[in-house]
Design a protein around this ligand. Structure first.
Ligand code: NAP
Ligand code: ZN
Ligand code: ZN
Length: 347
C-alpha cells in the first residue's frame, strides 16, 4: 500500500484536518499521479457538509486533480512517467453498459465510481485530490495539453466539463442567446466556453460587484437578480439558460425569460427542492433539463478545446492549510473564480 498524506473531513460539518491514509498499489492498468494542484468545487463543500446525503467519512475531497505521472502499471499504454495527467469526478464505471460504451460514463447504469466518497469494487473508500498522490486506471485519466498551466487547468476537470457538456449536447452556439445564472466557478467557465462557441451571453448574478468581471470574461450583458426590472427586461429573450446556482432559488422566474421552445438546463445542485409552476412551461412549450459533468472522451475534447482557445480558469492558488478559510469564502461568494490548492504545500 502507498502511504499518502492529505486533508480530510472526519465527520459531517467538521473542518478539514491533516490525514494520513493508504492508496492501493499500482496495478497493471493503473497510473500513479503525484498531485500538484486540485481545485475546490462547491460540490466538495456540499459533500463535506453531507448536504446531499450519502457522504462517506473520513473524506478527502477534491475532483479537479492535476499532476505528473510517477509510475505506470505493466499494461498501461497511454501514459508514461513524467507525463502531465488529470483526474476529474470519477475513477471507474462498469465499462459494459450502453452509457459506458457510448463514452457517457457519468450516466453508467450501475453508477460511476466517484473520485472520493465512493466505494470501489473491493469495498475500499475512494479518496480525492486534497492529497499528495492518487492511483487511477489509465482509462479514467486525462491528458493535459502542455500550453495550459496546471492551476488554471485543474478546474476544467469539473467546472469546465460540467458547463461544456450541456452546451455541446444542446448545440448552443452562434445565433443563440444564453443566460448564465450564478457567476461562480461553474458560471465563469460557462461564460468563457459559450463565448468561444460564438454564443451571446448574459450573466444573472446576485452580486453587482461581478459586473466588470462578467464583461471581461466575455458576457455582452449583465443583470442583477435583486432588481425586479431584470425579469421584465429579458422576458422571452433567451434560447437557453444554464443555471449554476448552489443554493435553492426560484426557477419559475427564469423560465419566463425563455423564448418558445427554450430550454433551462440545471447544473447547480442545491440540497433543497424548489416548487415548479406548470404555466411557464406549458404556455411556451418550454423545457427544464439537467446535466452532470461529462464523460472521459468529452472531457478530453474540452481540454483540447481550451488549449486551442487559450481558456483557463481564473484561479486563486492557496496552500492547503488555508482550505477551511477558502470553504468559508466560497460560501460567501468571495472568490474570483476558483480556489486551487497547491499540493506542494503538503509535501
Ligand atoms: P460557486 O463557485 O460557489 O458558485 C455558485 C454561485 O451561485 C455563486 O458564485 C453565486 O453567484 C450564486 N449563488 C450562491 N448562493 C446563491 C443564492 N442563495 N441565490 C442565488 N445565487 C446564489 O459554486 P460552483 O463550484 O460553481 O458550483 C455551483 C453548483 O453546481 C453547486 O451546487 C455544485 O455542487 C454544482 N455542481 C454541479 C455539477 C454537475 O455535474 N451538475 C458539477 C459541479 C458542481 P453570484 O454571486 O453571481 O450570484
Ligand atoms: Zn465539482
Ligand atoms: Zn456503465
Amino acid at each position: 500500500m502507498l502511504a499518502t498524506k492529505g486533508y480530510a473531513v472526519m465527520k459531517a460539518k467538521n473542518p478539514l484536518q491533516p490525514f494520513s491514509f493508504e492508496r492501493r498499489e499500482v496495478g497493471p492498468h493503473d497510473v500513479l499521479i503525484k498531485i500538484s494542484h486540485c481545485g475546490i468545487c462547491h460540490s466538495d463543500i456540499h459533500q463535506a457538509l453531507d448536504e446531499w446525503g450519502g457522504s462517506i467519512f473520513p473524506m478527502v475531497p477534491g475532483h479537479e486533480i492535476i499532476g505528473t505521472v510517477t509510475q505506470v502499471g505493466s499494461a498501461v499504454k497511454q501514459f508514461r512517467v513524467s507525463d502531465r495527467a488529470g483526474v476529474g469526478c470519477f475513477v471507474d464505471s462498469c465499462r459494459t453498459c450502453a452509457a459506458c460504451r457510448e463514452g457517457l460514463e457519468q450516466y453508467c447504469e450501475t453508477g460511476m465510481l466517484l473520485t472520493y466518497s465512493g466505494r470501489d469494487k473491493n469495498g475500499q473508500t475512494t479518496q480525492g485530490g486534497y492529497s499528495t498522490q492518487i492511483v487511477v486506471d489509465e482509462h479514467y485519466v486525462l491528458r493535459i495539453p502542455a500550453t495550459l498551466s496546471p492551476a488554471g487547468a485543474a478546474p476544467l476537470l469539473c467546472a469546465g466539463i460540467t458547463t461544456y457538456s450541456p452546451l455541446r449536447h444542446w448545440g448552443v452556439g452562434k445565433y443563440h442567446k444564453l443566460a448564465v445564472v450564478g457567476l461562480g466557478g461553474l458560471g465563469h467557465m460557462a461564460v468563457k466556453i459559450a463565448t468561444a462557441l460564438g454564443t451571446e451571453v448574459t450573466v444573472f448574478s446576485t452580486s453587482e460587484g461581478k459586473r466588470k468581471d462578467a464583461e471581461r470574461l466575455g458576457a455582452t450583458d449583465f443583470a442583477v437578480t435583486s432588481n425586479p426590472e431584470t425579469f421584465t427586461t429579458f422576458h422571452r429573450h433567451f434560447d437557453y439558460i444554464l443555471d449554476t446556482v448552489s443554493a435553492p432559488h426560484d426557477y419559475n422566474a427564469y423560465l419566463n425569460l425563455l423564448k418558445t421552445d427554450g430550454t433551462m438546463i440545471l447544473v447547480g445542485a442545491p440540497d433543497q427542492p424548489t416548487p415548479l409552476a406548470p404555466f411557464p412551461l406549458i404556455l411556451n412549450r418550454r423545457r427544464i433539463a439537467g446535466s452532470v459533468i461529462g464523460g472521459i472522451r468529452e472531457t478530453q475534447e474540452l481540454l483540447d478545446f481550451c488549449a486551442k482557445h487559450e481558456i483557463e480558469s481564473d484561479v486563486e492558488v492557496i496552500p492547503i492549510h488555508q482550505v477551511n478559510e477558502a470553504y468559508e469564502r466560497v460560501l460567501k461568494g468571495d472568490v474570483r473564480f476558483r480556489f486551487v490548492i497547491d499540493l506542494n504545500s503538503l509535501a
